[in-house]
Design a protein around this ligand. Structure first.
Ligand SMILES: [Ca+2]
Ligand SMILES: [Ca+2]
Ligand SMILES: [Ca+2]
Length: 204
């Protein structure tokens, strides 16, 4: 085997390995249904979250006329009981990459008002404002976010503060490794091109 063919074969093997690596299954980075958290007003002690700029409540399904996902367990009222709605921020810093973010969000479920409510969700290059009326049912939101440049936390930020806020449940963040990076594809092409070149030369 001449040196060009050796080089081309090596490039092909290396690039194929990178390609296969990127095809591996997605990784769940965060998954929280809040059901193991303590039910209390103005919660501060969360496993996966910090509360800044105000307060949030951990409510059990059936209390305060709020139904959580599945009709049991707990969910989060993003406007706590201090008259200052909170920011719920992930403790985890997410590394650079592409992620699928999913969560369930409803209106405040209060028959007597306390709405409309506004929640801003931010994660990497993704930011979206949700405006919810009292009786808006849970909606499963699914979005892709790129974390570029620096690590990022996931933030749910509720505006205002009248102690009755949008309700959050079933948050998950999944790292998406299924799409090969352009550099890997370029390497693969380079490997194939080099292999073809060497084969031609050998024939001649
Ligand atoms: Ca729940
Ligand atoms: Ca509240
Ligand atoms: Ca409100």
């Amino acid at each position: 085997m001449d040196s060009k063919l050796k080089y081309a074969s090596l490039a092909l093997i290396v690039s194929s390995f990178i390609f296969m690596n990127n095809s591996s299954a997605s990784i769940i980075s965060l998954s929280d249904n809040f059901n193991s958290e303590t039910t209390e007003l103005n919660s501060v002690d969360f496993t996966n979250w910090d509360v800044i700029n105000g307060s949030v409540d951990t409510v059990s399904s059936g209390s305060f006329s709020i139904d959580c996902i599945g009709g049991s367990g707990n969910c989060i009222d993003l406007d706590g009981s201090t008259g200052d709605a909170g920011d719920l921020v992930s403790k985890e810093f997410f590394a650079l990459g592409t992620y699928q973010l999913q969560f369930q969000l409803s209106g405040n479920q209060q028959p007597s008002g306390f709405g409309p409510d506004q929640v801003t969700v931010s994660f990497g290059d993704y930011s979206e404002i949700f405006n919810l009326n009292n009786n808006d049912p849970f909606t499963n939101i699914s979005r892709f976010a790129n974390v570029l440049g620096i690590e990022s936390k996931l933030t749910f930020s509720h505006s205002g503060g009248d102690n009755g806020g949008a309700i959050l449940d079933d948050v998950s963040v999944t790292q998406n490794n299924t799409v090969p990076e352009p550099t890997s594809l370029a390497l693969l092409s380079l490997g194939l091109a080099g292999f073809g070149f060497s084969r031609k030369k050998k024939k001649a």
